[in-house]
Design a protein around this ligand. Structure first.
Ligand code: G6P
Length: 608
């Protein structure tokens, strides 16, 4: 969703801002804008639609004067995508300019109050309220005014603020939504996300909740809410600019699919020492692990699908009950969670509002929350009791691939680690799990080497209108992800179904030519899934089976097949997901879809 960028230095600001916005567009947006201060006044250019529109209007920013400015990509929440609703927002007398990520929950109340006092609004956004409030309450001291206005705002937000009379500073405020400050030489940057400024500087400060930064050309001072100066530590970003570039691939999604062996390798390698799983980074003690009577998993989208896989794994290995919830439902069903419940939160971005709120709800009820997160320092990572980072590197395509795989790898690590502490894994199984885990990157590479065959399969299937993904047990959990991948980027209607459940209603939708993708990797239920394949075939379905290479006779049941290498049951999803990602990618490509930024979707969804 929305992205923030800011610049202050000696160079022309607008080209830098627009360049930064370009790098944030992967987050999903529907309008973009910049505002500079030329020393006397604000210059604002914004428009709905692609950044290319803004680039054309402004000559890639060259037509806009000023060496200080803020920019924004907006994903509409309050008010439709339009020029008026695009950020930056300017207060009535043009004294404050504001860009904002997140949500001001009480904006209606604040807006009505300001309207009663005579303030005129031009947009339908919650953000404009912030600009107007700052102007209305301005007391001669910008920092003091911001500190007084902040408590009036309910919700979570990251703000970039400029005051017209002070063209030598940008003020950044964080409550909930992430913000970083890029440290340059005689110039500094502001951004909601590292890729926006990574080619300018690798040294950053991450603002913590409740911090306010005054960013000048030659210095940055960070304050807490009481006005005390906070000593920040400089963090040096270790990933290269190339990590956030396409590297010769046509799409980020394809690049990220190909990066999966590395993502899995990097995530596990430092956590396996002398054949033992070591999770040094968590404070959770073996005693606490033994005392939990239930595990509770909350997440959204693909991360939720990792949770569903985890349920099968944890229940089988740990013999503890596991509940998995879509985060947006969890908070509002008054879940039965207490200090004997371990909550596992899964999120690539670490910013997803529903997931964050669900985690807080569990914590409020006394549950210990471990987060599996990809983005370092993100809100969920900071607010969780423990965090295990996936080391997938930056993921740009909206449809997740390598982060999903890295999250699965952490689930396996946790299953082995917890299983050992609980005494549920014998020596032999332990050894086998660890060696299978270490072998995963190579087995994923084996599948990637056959990408052309899968592309060829996709070329025969891309015109289908309806697709069903079926599977049993862990294959069912995985079918959810296969189906989501396909529909989100190819816009083909698809559904995932527990194979045994299909005949209780949905089988009526199967007709001649309906594509059914049958996941048949789970050995114990192989015969049963083969019966389900026959059920749909006899009603006209075309079945593509995905199974393990030691089960070649799947070729007799299915109309076509993709085989994956054999591994232990719990790790099958890491292999079977890869052909489904490749299929979805090529089907979308054959259909001519915009793969990396599918319509209506955002990479990180920062509103509930
Ligand atoms: C969005 C993305 C999905 C992602 C979900 C959860 O909907 O489009 O790909 O799975 O958010 O995101 P998170 O960052 O919490 O994993």
């Amino acid at each position: 969703m929305c992205g923030i960028v800011g610049y202050i230095g000696d160079k022309q600001a607008a080209p830098i801002l627009i360049d930064g916005l370009e790098k944030l567009k992967y987050r999903g947006y529907d309008s973009a804008g910049v505002c500079t201060n030329d020393g006397e006044k604000f210059i604002v250019e914004k428009e709905k639609g692609k950044i290319e529109v803004l680039q054309q209007m402004t000559g890639k920013g060259k037509k806009i004067a000023g060496t200080v400015g803020i920019g924004h990509t907006r994903w509409a929440t309050h008010g439709k995508p339009s020029k008026e609703n695009a950020h930056p927002h300017i207060s009535q007398s043009e004294s404050f300019a504001v860009v904002h990520n997140g949500i001001i929950e009480n904006y209606m109340e604040l807006k009505s109050e300001l309207i009663r006092k005579g303030v005129k609004f031009v947009s339908a956004t919650d953000t404009e309220v912030v600009a107007q409030l700052l102007e209305y309450h301005y007391n001669g001291d910008v920092l003091d005014t911001i500190t007084k206005v902040m408590p009036m705002l309910k919700g979570s937000y990251a703000l970039g603020i400029m005051y017209r009379e002070m063209p030598d500073e940008i003020i950044a405020v964080r409550k909930g939504s992430p913000l970083i400050i890029g440290i340059g030489e005689d110039e500094n940057y502001l951004a909601s996300d590292v890729p926006a400024i990574l080619d300018k500087t690798k040294n950053i400060y991450r603002l913590d909740n409740g911090e306010i930064a005054v960013i000048k050309r030659d210095g940055i001072v960070v304050y807490d809410l009481s006005g005390n100066v906070v000593e920040k530590t400089v963090e040096t970003i270790t990933w290269s600019v190339d990590a956030a570039k396409k590297d010769g691939y046509e799409h980020f999604m394809l690049k990220e699919i190909m990066e999966q062996p590395k993502a899995v390798h990097d995530t596990i390698i430092e956590r396996i020492k002398d054949g033992r799983v070591v999770l040094d980074e968590i404070r959770l003690t073996p005693e606490q692990i033994r005392n939990f009577d239930k595990i509770n998993i909350v997440a959204c989208g693909s991360a939720y699908h990792v949770g569903v896989v985890a349920k099968y794994i944890f229940e089988k290995i740990l013999r503890k009950p596991v509940e998995v919830d879509v985060a947006s439902e969890f908070k509002y069903r008054d879940p039965i969670v207490d200090e004997k419940t371990l909550t596992i939160v899964i999120s690539q971005s670490g910013e997803t509002a529903d997931t964050k709120e669900a985690m807080k709800e569990a914590q409020r009820k006394g549950s210990y929350a471990i987060a599996i997160v990809n983005v370092v320092g993100s809100a969920i990572a900071v607010e969780a009791d423990d965090v295990i980072y996936t080391l997938a590197g930056p993921e740009i395509a909206v449809a997740t691939t390598k982060a999903y795989s890295a999250q699965l790898a952490v689930i396996y690590l946790m299953a082995i680690y917890f299983g050992d502490i609980l005494g549920k894994i014998c020596k032999e199984d332990y050894k086998n799990y660890v060696s299978e885990l270490l072998a995963l990157p190579e087995k994923i590479t084996d599948i990637l080497d056959r990408i052309e065959d899968i592309k060829n399969t996709a070329s025969k299937l891309f015109a289908r209108k309806d697709v069903f993904f079926i599977g049993r047990n862990i294959d069912h959990a995985l079918s959810l992800e296969g189906s989501l991948k396909l529909k989100e980027i190819s816009y083909i209607h698809s559904e995932a179904y527990a194979a045994g459940e299909l005949k209780h209603g949905t089988i009526s939708l199967i007709e001649k030519g309906t594509l059914v993708i049958a996941l048949a990797t789970y050995e114990d239920l192989h015969e049963k899934i083969c019966s389900n394949i026959e059920e749909v075939q006899s009603r006209g379905a075309y079945v593509l089976g995905i199974g393990c290479e030691n089960r070649q006779h799947l070729s007799h049941s299915a109309d076509s097949t993709i085989f994956i290498p054999k591994t232990c049951d719990m790790m099958l999803p890491s292999l079977a997901v890869v052909p489904m990602q490749i299929l979805a990618y090529y089907i979308a490509r054959f259909k001519g879809c915009e793969i990396d930024t599918p319509r209506n979707l955002a990479k990180s969804v920062t509103v509930e």
